[in-house]
Design a protein around this ligand. Structure first.
Ligand SMILES: Cc1ncc(C[n+]2csc(CCOP(=O)(O)OP(=O)(O)O)c2C)c(N)n1
Ligand SMILES: [Mg+2]
Length: 570
């Protein structure tokens, strides 16, 4: 058996399946990293701890295995906050070892002392302090078990002087893992079946709770002839090989998904936690299926709740609902979806400029069928969600719950380490990339063959859109950028900049074929805005107000460009 606390913790985490630990070494962490050095867990030194938090989150999200982070006391652990909040909200099983000043100094405002528990308890599944060496094995096993079972970040705070102490006695605590199913009883299904048997226009709205239920959801849709709209987080589980899917609703969605949800008679929510009430139907009967009773009616009033896994509940419902003989509603929604998708992908008339949709469609065509793709918060993740097809083997990740910038390439860094033989692509905003650029050096130092593409619109464009639809003159969104291709080259990556549409395809080919880390800087049309499917009349008026303000302040050219790019589609 291991001897000191650091060794006990590392052994326990390794037995729980952890393969990598991300962080920056230092002071209170040194005994822990020394134990890691002698284990099978790989230390991934990053330049900024936030990147380590995102990377662990990306790795754990896709593998559903434990990933680790460890921080030195005070600022070293604080730097993880944003990355780990994102990991937690994505449901990534991560254990974070936050170290603390020596136990005897706690509470004395000792240099670098920060009360980590007050920071991390709000977004974690477990947040406890190790107060004695005897607790080491038990608390570490529990942290890992809770992260895996509840899918989130478990934080274990360890005073630095405990690591090299040896416990007097130890019991054989370890991490237990289970898979289980949650099948509703026949009686619990009756109200839902009665409603579904009334027929009419039934729509399924599928959420992230449909993971592992692709086949069962489609079988139920077939029986009900129901279109399936999906939330952004359900993309990978629902979109592919699905003749019933009609895309997303919400600000990221298009008309197809919007109308299917807003205008149905019965809405069947499957593992769906969609937060934006203005996109729910005003007068439909709503049935909600969820594994967690606390989620029923949380986002919008519902008529019937069923507690069960999506997989088991759909299987049970498919066996007992009456088949719907009318395909009219389904066909109407599918047609709207195809039309809205084409409209959104169209080029505008500004010849020569690269439109972000065109770039995304080119990536979709040229990326491998099993590529792993991340996207930054902003306009970029909308282009990814709309235009990169999931294809079944492809997986995607964005910061859809936490909504932080600068997530894409750090998440992809962890994903590429976990899947060294797969093509991994990070779709970055120019704002996102430049916010956390230092770890491009980690890609070079560790030869991580990640492919980064920058949607370079010299702008925090999503915020520009927000300001314009509120009738404000856009302000403080401009970015003065370098040639990111040359910056990448100077840092040791393959780098290139593309400015014209006719260069795009070849450049993507060269970039994807490069065997090491590579960055493609693509200058995209800055006026191409993410248009939501339902533009409120107030928003139209506000956009007109923006135009009036812009004209009055001598920015007429911008108004012409905006109208050409977004309203005069070919
Ligand atoms: C850490 C953080 N800061 C600020 C914001 C607010 N915000 C959301 S999107 C965005 C702009 C992103 O710009 P960029 O990465 O260039 O992408 P674009 O929208 O231009 O495609 C900002 C500032 C945020 N979500 N997260
Ligand atoms: Mg931008």
């Amino acid at each position: 058996m291991s001897t000191n606390v650091a060794e006990i913790m590392v052994e326990t985490l390794q037995n729980a399946g952890a393969k990598r630990c991300y962080g920056v070494v230092g002071d209170t962490l040194n005994h822990f990293t020394d134990a890691l050095r002698q284990s099978d867990i790989e230390w991934i030194g990053v330049r900024h701890e936030e990147v380590g938090g995102f990377a662990a989150g990306g790795e754990a999200y896709l593998t559903q295995e434990l990933a680790l982070c460890a921080g030195s006391c005070g600022p070293g652990s604080l730097h993880f906050v944003n990355g780990l909040f994102d990991a937690h909200r994505n449901g990534s099983p991560v254990v974070f070892i936050a170290t603390q000043v020596p136990l005897g100094e706690s509470g004395s405002s000792f240099p670098q002392e920060v009360d980590q528990s007050r920071v991390f308890e709000q977004y974690s599944v477990f947040c406890e302090t190790l107060n004695s060496p005897e607790q080491a094995r038990r608390m570490t096993a529990l942290a890992a078990q809770t992260a895996l079972a509840k899918r989130g970040v478990a934080v274990l705070i360890v005073p630095g002087d405990i690591f090299n102490q040896t416990p007097q006695n130890q019991l054989a605590y370890r991490t237990h893992r289970f898979s289980y199913s949650l099948r509703p009883t026949a009686a619990a299904l009756v109200p839902a079946v009665q409603q579904l048997n009334k027929g009419g226009n039934i729509t399924i709205f599928a959420g992230a709770g449909c993971e592992d239920a692709h086949e069962q959801v489609i079988a139920l849709a077939e029986k009900l002839q129901a279109p399936i709209a999906w939330t952004s987080r359900a993309k990978d589980f629902i979109e592919h090989d699905n003749p019933y899917q009609v895309g997303m609703t919400g600000v990221y969605g298009l008309e197809g998904g919007y109308h299917a949800v807003a205008e149905c008679d019965t809405l069947l929510l499957l593992g769906c936690n969609f937060a934006f009430s203005q996109f729910y139907p005003e007068s439909a009967a709503i049935i909600q299926v969820d594994h967690d009773p606390a989620h029923i009616g949380k986002r919008y009033p519902v008529d019937v709740g069923i507690i069960g896994s999506t997989r088991d509940t759909c299987e049970a419902l498919s066996q007992i609902v009456e088949p719907n003989s009318s395909t009219r509603w389904l066909e109407k929604c599918r047609k709207r979806y195809q039309k809205s998708l084409q409209k959104s992908a169209h080029k505008s008339k500004d010849d020569g400029l690269i439109h972000p949709q065109e770039l995304t469609l080119a990536l979709d065509r040229l990326a491998n069928d099993d590529a792993l793709i991340t996207a930054d918060t902003g306009s970029v993740n909308v282009w990814m969600l709309r235009h990169i097809r999931s294809l079944g083997q492809r997986r995607t990740l964005a910061s859809l719950q936490h909504g932080t910038m600068a997530n894409a390439y750090p998440q992809a860094l962890g994903i590429q380490l976990a899947y060294p033989d797969r093509q991994v692509i990070a779709m970055c905003g120019d704002g996102g990339l430049s916010m956390l650029m230092g770890d491009l050096l980690t890609l070079v130092q560790r030869r991580i063959p990640l492919k980064i593409v920058v949607y370079n619109n010299s702008s925090l464009s999503f915020v520009e859109l927000e300001q314009k639809v509120e009738g404000l003159l856009d302000a403080y969104t401009e970015l003065e950028n370098p040639d990111f291709g040359r910056v990448a080259q100077a840092m040791g990556l393959w780098g290139k900049r593309v400015e014209r549409e006719d260069q795009l395809e070849d450049a993507i080919g060269d970039w994807l074929a490069y065997p090491g880390p590579a960055l493609l800087d693509v200058v995209v049309n800055p006026m191409e805005l993410v248009m939501p499917p339902k533009v409120e009349s107030g928003q139209v008026a506000s956009t007109a107000l923006y135009s009036a303000k812009a004209v009055l302040s001598g920015r007429m050219d911008e108004v012409v460009h905006l109208v050409k790019s977004n309203f005069l589609k070919r």
